[in-house]
Design a protein around this ligand. Structure first.
Ligand SMILES: [Zn+2]
Ligand SMILES: [Zn+2]
Ligand SMILES: [Zn+2]
Length: 506
């Protein structure tokens, strides 16, 4: 086994492998830097030496970590690798091929520690089918690996080694995949991560635009799903697409057809990032079937095709932004939820307050309509007299419960535009004065699981509907303390969703 200034090679390789495995979690630390610096110094001392392969492969293993640190060791590593490339690549040899030419990406890097020990030890078993120990040690191969390490350190600068995704691209893919699968990595700011994709497209060079556009397309579904509650996220995605569309719009092509892009957001995002760098596009061309449907690269980035993708993405993003953030008109719902005689269509409302999936489509608008009507009736000086007054008081109790329960049903969550208006009304309701004690002796109608629904038709229109569900007293239904509780619950849920600190913006 090779001795290296007293340290057995085995121990050195072990320390390098630890750094290789850990780069993902690693924050700059002196010990790692010293290990890289030591390896670089050994190579720099004699970059043309016969054992330079040891140090070159060591630096290759540690390159991701060295890249990340951006401090101390990176400049020394680069200088040593450039010197080794210059000294070794000019040596003549009889080999047709060298291992570095087929060394594909970070998966192949994982085999390097074991391989290095076998290359150095003539007595070790040799498993490599395609290349001998000797071709691994060949100066041209050593120079090739020096360039591979440089490619990891400086993506895009070296072009005669197998393409690989940059560390940054791999991390972006992982972060987006996790986010789109709804398990964002710790420390990911979801809104910011999605909005950034719009910024990348906005600033992309022409060659990177097809890839960046496909990433925006992939994240746009998540962005309009209702899970993003920050309007600026959609604004940034939209402005990215708007920026590139005019240049694409004029494009024509004679392709008989264009590829089918994946509708799986994670696959679509990955392919988009792959297409966003020269190395990624070379990678795609080497193995088109690995990503997407295997279409030729030039069809996948065809400007005429991209114009269609941009238009469609823009349409979806704009529609989503309107739906989520534009003020909603609910005046048409009077016809939906009021009867011809002006009374609430209590059966229909009660039915739509059942927490079942098919009611999700009504929930946002019903809730908003009910909250606004509740608010309007409360502001009106004239609640009427006698029977009319009784009817109005009951109606307000029903409307408040309706708004609250509709927000519970809303899926995945009430859009900002809906939540903003309802929250304002509910805050006022929650702040209204309440008596110390209830004026009734029975319990309030049950809020949990919307069980109050059972008794609501009878409470609202006792002449039309028989009593059901515990038959709470009218005083319990119309109790100011009950109303305060309902409003408070609703405020709590909506504030939880959108944060409390931006109250002033609302
Ligand atoms: Zn050779
Ligand atoms: Zn085309
Ligand atoms: Zn009460």
């Amino acid at each position: 086994m090779t001795e290296t200034n007293g340290t057995p090679l085995h121990d050195l390789v072990q320390s390098w492998e630890e750094i290789q495995d850990e780069y993902d979690f690693w924050a700059p630390d002196g010990e790692h830097d010293r290990t890289v610096l030591d390896c670089a110094a050994r190579l720099a001392a004699d970059p043309g030496a016969g054992d330079a392969y040891v140090w070159v492969l060591g630096l290759t293993m540690m390159a991701p970590c060295t890249n990340r640190s951006g401090v101390g060791s990176r400049a020394e590593a680069e200088a040593a690798l450039r010197a080794a490339d210059a000294a070794q690549r000019v040596r003549p040899c009889d080999h047709d091929t060298h291992p570095y030419e087929s060394h594909e990406g970070h998966h192949a890097d994982a085999a390097l520690p074991d391989l290095l020990l076998r290359i150095a030890d003539e007595r070790a078993e040799w498993y490599e089918q395609d290349h001998t120990r000797e071709t691994w040690r060949c100066p041209r191969n050593v120079a090739g690996f020096a360039r591979i390490a440089l490619d990891i350190l400086r993506p895009g600068e070296v072009d005669d080694v197998p393409p690989r995704l940059s560390l940054q691209d791999r991390e972006d893919i992982e972060a987006l995949e996790a986010l789109l699968e709804l398990y964002p990595k710790a420390g990911t700011d979801v809104a910011d991560e999605i909005a950034s994709q719009g910024g990348y497209l906005y600033h992309a060079e022409p060659a990177e635009r097809p890839g960046r556009l496909q990433v925006v397309r992939a994240v746009s579904w998540h962005a309009v799903s209702g899970m993003i509650q920050d309007r600026s996220v959609l604004d940034r995605l939209i402005s990215g697409v708007e920026k590139v569309l005019p240049d694409l719009a004029a494009a024509t092509c004679d392709h008989a057809q264009h590829p089918k892009l994946s509708d799986h957001s994670t696959n679509a995002a990955e392919l988009g990032i792959v297409l966003s760098s020269p190395a990624g596009r070379r990678l795609y061309e080497r193995n088109p079937g690995h990503y997407g449907d295997g279409a030729p690269l030039e069809q996948l980035v065809c400007p005429a095709f991209m114009a269609d993708v941009a238009r469609q993405t823009l349409t979806e993003l704009r529609a989503g932004r309107d739906k989520l953030f534009s003020p909603r008109d609910t005046s048409h719902l009077d016809a939906e939820y009021l009867r011809a005689d002006g009374l609430l269509d209590i059966e229909k409302i009660t039915d739509r307050l059942r927490n079942v999936s098919w009611n999700e489509r009504y929930a946002d608008e019903l809730g908003l309509w009910a909250a606004r009507r509740y608010d309007r009736l409360g502001r009106s000086e004239d609640l009427g007299q006698g029977l009319e007054r009784v009817r109005r008081v009951r109606e307000r109790a029903v409307l408040l419960l309706t708004a609250h329960q509709a927000m519970t049903i809303s899926y995945p969550a009430p859009p900002y535009a809906v939540a903003r208006d309802i929250l304002a009304i509910m805050r006022t309701a929650a702040a209204a004065p309440r008596p110390e004690r209830c004026a009734h002796t029975d319990a309030h109608p049950p809020l949990d699981a919307g069980d109050f629904r059972d008794g609501m038709p009878h409470f609202y229109a006792p002449d039309e509907f028989p009593p059901a569900g515990g038959a709470h007293s009218v005083q319990a239904w119309t109790c100011a303390r009950f109303a305060g509780t309902v409003a408070e619950k609703c405020v709590g849920a909506l504030e939880n969703l959108y944060g409390q600190d931006d109250e002033d913006d609302w």
